[in-house]
Write a protein that binds this ligand. Structure first.
Ligand code: NAD
Length: 259
């Protein structure tokens, strides 16, 4: 489905980003994957190479630093001549109520969640505009539709990505560049397990009970696998999705019930 295409996936050493990278590789794309932890990222790159025979180039980059982010598209250009598919994914912002967060926390989260998207898109666009084709997929969160009580930074800053999707879809349609957002619900990642472990300790409950309670709030009765998010991203990146742009697509097992 994606043979001969070059895809960038950020925050891809583990979790959702890793799952997305695996599915894109299975579909035949060449990959540039980025995250802060080079050792873990290199391990992920070699696993994907040996499982799917894909070309995978790891780039160490902290998404809150402009110079690091610049290395990501530069690497795609050097290794594969450009980029066809940009998949933005980030590390999670700090949890906390408004009163608990400092101004430094806000500044960091704006760079992590918003400015990294702006920087990556600015760097990737010249290659896409030149080819008169491209796909930009922003992986965000269900908090765009259902703000969660303790996730102030996610609830507020991620909404700007919805604005970016709608604005860019309009402005870039003339170049056949399609722009969409993915609003995932709970996904079975190490991060979610860490959150559940923390909740189990605070509430004095066994981890299994906490995980069962979290899954119990989801109509499908379970969290997503990271690769299930990857399947949606691969579809949006493919020719089959040639008329989808400006959409914010929920993938949450029925969790968010607003229309
Ligand atoms: P994770 O912690 O398992 O993986 C996060 C990845 O981000 C890792 O590869 C890590 O190295 C990388 N990373 C963290 N900070 C970075 C930085 N400053 N620069 C570059 N890379 C960085 O998390 P996940 O569960 O895969 O979540 C990915 C994103 O999806 C997060 O933004 C999270 O808030 C969001 N999200 C997750 C869920 C879920 O249930 N897992 C639900 C909704 C939204």
């Amino acid at each position: 489905m994606l043979k001969g295409k070059t895809a960038i996936v950020t925050a891809a050493s583990r979790g959702i980003g890793r799952g997305v990278a695996r599915v894109l590789a299975r579909e035949g794309a060449n990959l540039v994957i980025a995250s802060r932890d080079l050792e873990r990222l290199s391990r992920t790159a070699s696993e994907i190479r040996s499982e799917f025979g894909a070309e995978v180039v790891p780039v160490q980059a902290d998404l809150t630093k402009r110079a690091d982010v610049a290395k990501i598209v530069e690497t795609a250009a050097r290794s594969f001549g450009g980029v066809d598919i940009l998949v933005y994914n980030t590390g999670p912002p700090k949890p906390g109520t408004f009163m608990e967060l400092t101004e430094e926390d806000w500044d960091y989260a704006v760079r992590l969640l918003l400015m990294s998207a702006v920087w990556l898109t600015k760097d990737a666009l010249p290659y896409m505009i030149e080819k008169r084709q491209g796909r930009i997929i922003y992986i965000t969160s269900l908090t765009l539709k259902r703000p969660l009580p303790n996730l102030t930074l996610s609830n507020v800053i991620r909404l700007s990505i919805a604005g970016l999707v709608k604005t860019l879809a309009y402005q870039l349609a003339q170049y056949n560049i399609l722009v969409n957002g993915v609003l995932q619900g709970y996904v079975e990642t190490e991060r979610v397990l860490e959150v559940a472990r923390d909740r189990a300790v605070r509430e004095g409950k066994p981890l299994d009970d906490v995980l069962r309670a979290m899954a119990g709030e989801i109509p499908l009765g379970r969290m997503a696998k990271p690769e299930e998010i990857g399947e949606l991203v691969a579809f949006l990146a493919s020719e089959r999705a040639s008329y989808i742009t400006g959409s914010l697509i929920s993938i949450d097992g029925g969790y968010v019930q607003c229309i």
